[in-house]
Design a protein around this ligand. Sequence first.
Ligand code: AMP
Ligand code: FE
Ligand code: FE
Ligand code: ZN
Length: 305
Amino acid sequence: MFADLHLHSRYSDGTYAPEEIVLRAGQFGLAALSLTDHDTVEGCPEAAAACLAKGLEFIPGVELTAELRGHELHLLAYYIDIHHEPLIKALAQYQVARQNRIREMVSRLNRLGVPLVAETVFNLAKCRSPGRPHVGRALVHCGYCYDLDEAFELFLKKNRPAWVPKYRVSATDLIQLIHGAGGLVVMAHPGLNHYDEAIPELVEAGLDGLECFHTKHTPDLVEFYLKTATEFRLLITGGSDCHGLGKGSPAMGSVRLPLAYLEPLRAWVAKRGYRQRLAPQTVVLPLNQAAGFAPNPAPMLKHSN
Ligand code: AMP
Ligand code: FE
Ligand code: FE
Ligand code: ZN
């Protein structure tokens, strides 16, 4: 039996709805999953309900951008209380920054002579946490680029003319925020960051785990990070980082984390006294409803106990 602890839905830059992810996970024979959208937990109640219906174990999650000594890192938070007010506020801040970043990227494109309109991006994204892939999809949709690869190559990749750096929070502050929300913190895809020197400092700051298994980790990297996790007594996680159909064929199934790795996570959570608050009725936002969508919203999760 296997798990996939790194999955993106339409609530950020993935292309599947949470229910679709759960359906496909079931078809891949997965027994547990976590939804880890960028900067939003909006999809968690839907994913939780779908998992419950299909008999899969669900772990609420989110992927956040952090900074350490000028380097960008991605941190995965698991077992967070998605109604924790400071977390919701922080996520709203991330989302507003993402929406402003879209406008800035569109302005840059306009200055380059590409007449893209920000509303086109927002209407295509239909989510509060839009990112570069949505700008890329809009460029393709409007016929300004042939495909997503071209959009990234010409405009959106780091240091290309329409690239805008992403809002990020100090890793130390973020770790504290996630712990405050009852969650555990895992360094995402360390093999893609090329910043392993950060690990001891992050451990010092409270890092709980390392994403050793990832679609883009070679077997050598997996082995290296498994050793590192053991050395620093870190939890071991893994996931496909599937974004659906956004980047060619879906990555789901490329990483199958043996369920045995979930045991230490569950033990960690039991020790901290996790209180799951995932009742679907506590989240009122309808899925990607264009009519109801407005950029720069107030925090989108209703607080409820
Ligand atoms: P952002 O969070 O807005 O900076 O966008 C980062 C996301 O862009 C990643 O999570 C990937 O989903 C996607 N991405 C990065 N590079 C590429 C690429 N070359 N082609 C398609 N998608 C990409
Ligand atoms: Fe992404
Ligand atoms: Fe990431
Ligand atoms: Zn991811």
